[in-house]
Design a protein around this ligand. Structure first.
Ligand code: ADP
Ligand code: ASP
Ligand code: MG
Length: 436
């Protein structure tokens, strides 16, 4: 029986009744000792997440606009939480400190981190737990990667009896400046805390009863996945299954600490267990997709014989600082699939540079692509997976613009028009839901 690290997402901490529920969950099992809270999330669909309000505050202040609206909403939400939970929490003092930092040009990372910081302070009061500030022990290198010294530093901070609260989402750079992970990054903090505290289990408490075979907003009836491997999970979360941040598996994977996805509002539900390895009973375990991709297509006669052609294309991308996702190729053509946010407003310049260096016969950049991953370690050597997927899409009259299967044979990725995304996910789900 070892200790358990519990991360609670924003929707699990949106109001005082959520906090009470979290308290109940923690007290129900004395092994639950390391608590990682996110910032308060939405109470209903029209509500605002505290993290978004903090970014808004920063943006407005940066442009010299009056940011009293987001600042007031944040103050009210935390005051209400403290009042309803009956704990002493001097929110005015904390907000004055944030406002002072804003006037000294606080970074967006510092601002965004305050949601988790304040919620962590509040949660430590509620639970009578030791508060550990990740600024002191979750360390990034200058280049922004996690510094492995973190595990030792954090391990020392978590050494002792009782409960510990470590806010999610941030740490600090060697300069001492606050740095956050990317959005949804409290999942990564939870994983780091699980490893540093040598927990036997990492419970990730959210607002769904486990990982479903497809996004429940697209396929509400999608089946729950009982067990999934770290790698399958990463492939799905990277492609849009946002239940867990795709990088959250790395800190725990080496130590094989399982991650258990559970529902705060339904703690008796079995959830999904993420493990190092599993027996696969079906070829496909999940489907995930996201919009927001563009495709560069380059054609040139006898490209196959031209040494260094691909290198020159990729060199341009590297020089522009653009990461790419997939590169399907033919004999005389090559395509690159890139996230729109990577291209930003560099599209024209990048295309001109590729044209200059590669002298293609044809070149185009087309936006509006959605990518869908169909994932499962059981598809390795299973005949007919791609055939089934393609014929299901053909039956629904959905055009596949690109198709790519990694050599690990664990993932088939297809590109479709953005407007076909939801329909394609549904069609693929039903093609594989009960296929063994
Ligand atoms: P938290 O605030 O707890 O971090 P998130 O909003 O980040 O929670 O993640 C949970 C959400 O992920 C769910 O509410 C659901 O809408 C979404 N989601 C996307 N894909 C899936 C999937 N395959 N299974 C379950 N939930 C999914
Ligand atoms: N609060 C942060 C966000 O909204 C981190 C997290 O919730 O995991 O992205
Ligand atoms: Mg999340």
């Amino acid at each position: 029986m070892g200790d358990i690290t519990c991360k609670f997402g924003g929707s699990s901490l949106a109001d005082a009744s959520c906090f009470r529920q979290v308290e109940k969950i923690i007290h129900a099992n004395p092994q639950r000792r390391f608590i990682v809270p996110s910032a308060p999330g939405k109470r209903d669909t029209k509500d605002k997440k505290i993290t978004d309000l903090l970014y808004a505050w920063h943006n407005m202040a940066k442009q010299g606009l009056d940011a009293s609206e987001p600042a007031t909403i944040i103050a009210e939400r935390f005051s209400e939480l403290a009042r309803e939970l009956g704990v002493h929490f001097d929110i005015e003092k904390h907000l004055a400190e944030i406002a002072a930092q804003v006037s000294m040009h606080a970074t967006p990372d510092y601002m965004a981190s305050r949601g988790e910081y304040l919620n962590g302070r509040l949660m430590a009061e509620v639970l009578n737990a030791t508060f550990v500030d990740p600024a002191d022990c979750i360390k990034f290198s200058k280049s922004g990667d996690l510094d492995p010294v973190t595990y030792e530093l954090l391990g020392q901070c978590l050494n002792g009896s009782g409960l510990f609260v470590v806010p999610g989402f941030y740490g600090s750079l060697p300069s001492g400046e606050i740095k956050t992970f990317s959005r949804g990054g409290s999942d990564i903090s939870g994983s780091i805390v699980a490893r540093a505290s040598t927990s036997a289990l990492y419970e990730n408490w959210t607002d769904v009863s486990g990982f479903r075979m497809a996004d429940p907003r697209i396929v509400p009836e999608a089946k729950r996945i009982e067990e999934i491997t770290y790698q399958e999970l990463r492939e799905l979360s990277y492609m849009g299954a946002t239940v867990l941040h795709d990088e959250a598996i790395y800190p725990v994977r080496e130590h094989k600490i399982p991650i258990h996805i559970r529902n705060t509002k339904d703690p008796d539900s079995p959830g999904t267990l993420i493990v190092a390895d599993r027996e696969s009973k079906t070829p496909v375990c999940g489907i995930a997709g996201r919009a927001g991709f563009s495709m560069i297509t380059i054609a040139k006669a006898l490209m196959n014989k031209e040494r260094g052609f691909g290198f020159r294309v990729l060199e341009v991308l590297e020089e522009f600082g653009i990461a790419w996702e997939h590169m399907p190729t033919g004999i005389d053509d090559i395509s690159l699939i890139i996230r729109d946010e990577e291209i930003g407003d560099l599209g024209d310049k990048m295309m001109n540079e590729i044209t200059k260096r590669c002298d293609p016969d044809e070149i185009s950049l087309s936006p509006g692509l959605a990518m869908i991953a169909t994932v499962g370690k059981g598809m390795n050597h299973h005949v007919g997976v791609a055939a089934r997927l393609c014929s299901a899409l053909a039956g629904a009259d959905i055009n596949i613009r690109v198709i790519d299967q990694g050599s690990s044979e664990m993932n088939i990725i297809i590109g479709v028009e953005e407007q076909d995304l939801a329909r394609a996910v549904r069609v693929i789900y039903y093609a594989f839901e009960s296929w063994t």
